[in-house]
Design a protein around this ligand. Structure first.
Ligand SMILES: [Zn+2]
Length: 73
């Protein structure tokens, strides 16, 4: 059971529910913060990282796709 590579990130983006800005992290160290500074994304297509004050601060717009288990590992 490999925990990694179960899914792949196609889009790493969130919309701030306060200022309405959509921010997207497009590469690993692409740290983006919205206009009002309430929420941030990071990680690009490697990992989904969000910074927020409260859970309801953002709407998640990220897209992932599951990867079928590769028999060759
Ligand atoms: Zn904002």
């Amino acid at each position: 059971m490999n925990e990694k590579d179960m899914w792949r990130i196609k889009r790493n983006a969130i919309k701030c529910n306060h200022c309405g800005e959509i921010i997207e992290s497009t590469y690993r160290h692409d740290f983006k913060t919205c206009s009002c500074g309430r929420v941030s994304v990071d990680g690009g297509h490697d990992y989904l990282r969000r910074c927020f004050v409260e859970r309801g601060d953002y709407t998640d717009l990220s897209e992932t796709e599951e990867i079928a288990g590769d028999p060759e590992g």
